[in-house]
Write a new protein. Structure first.
Length: 263
């Protein structure tokens, strides 16, 4: 099931996206009674996808991101591959949805794209055993871990470089029909103005999804809607004002945002 969060006529709701993404005119949202983190029913009330505005599919209390989790990406920036998962945070205010603009951060002159698979947590959990990881996952979505690369190099921590407003586009929806085994080998790409920049597979992760969730849940409680970013394949590069950047993941969909001048 593809679960989207959307607004229509000033109202916000969750819904199940039905139809073929390859044929946008067939897509419609069946409004959910309740929330996707508990038992829910489909209302049967359907709205064409073209009539709604897609919002970030979840509003996480925290985004836990793992860096340098693809060896070729670590190498392209001259970094060592960490022997253990290497986590950092992006605040809830960094989250935007597909179609939302990305204002170029005024304190940077080197904004980079980073296409990533995002894991959405479905229930409150901590100290998750490896054999129970699949039980705490609601589904998966596309993410772009936007990074002020010059600031990242200049500062000893990454709060500003990776946590600025609009630095975490998520979407277009959460795909719940992918199991952990399938998620471990999905194609992931990033294009800028239609030009291919990144192309990899989630099987190239140094630390797989289960390792990441076990690692972070040892230290803190994860809440429903929290998001885990799993790292980016090689090919990261600069974005300029006016660029349209698209992250596509096999079996999920495409997240698209345009970089604009900050007003």
């Amino acid at each position: 099931m593809r679960i989207a969060r959307f607004s229509i006529d000033g109202n916000v709701a969750f819904g199940a996206v039905e139809g073929d993404p390859a044929q946008p005119d067939t897509l419609a949202i069946d409004i959910i009674k309740g929330i996707p983190f508990a038992e829910f029913e489909l209302s049967g009330t359907k709205v064409p996808l073209s009539k709604v505005r897609l919002l970030p599919p979840v509003l996480p209390s925290k985004v836990v991101a793992f860096g340098r989790n693809y060896a070729e990406h670590a190498a392209e920036l001259g970094n060592e591959v960490p022997t253990a998962p290497f986590a950092f945070f992006k605040p809830s205010t960094s989250v935007i949805g597909t179609g939302d603009p990305v204002p170029y951060p005024p304190f940077s002159s080197e904004l980079h794209h980073e296409a990533e698979l995002a894991v959405v947590i479905g229930r409150m959990c901590r100290e998750v055993p490896r054999d129970r990881v699949a039980d705490v996952i609601l589904g998966y979505t596309c993410a772009n871990d936007l990074t002020a690369r010059d600031v990242q190099r200049a500062e000893n921590q990454w709060a500003r470089a990776k946590g600025f407003d609009a630095s975490c586009p998520l979407g277009p929806w959460v795909e719940t029909g992918i199991d952990l085994e399938t998620a471990a080998d999905l194609a992931i790409t990033c294009t800028v103005n239609g030009e291919l920049r990144q192309a990899g597979r989630t099987s190239q992760m140094t630390h797989p999804i289960a390792d990441l969730i076990v690692n972070i849940s040892e230290a803190m409680t994860l809440l429903p809607g929290d998001v885990i970013l799993t790292g980016t394949p090689a090919g990261v590069g600069p974005l300029n004002i006016g660029d349209e950047v698209a992250v596509s993941i096999e079996g999920i969909g495409t997240l698209t945002n345009k970089v604009i001048k900050r007003g």
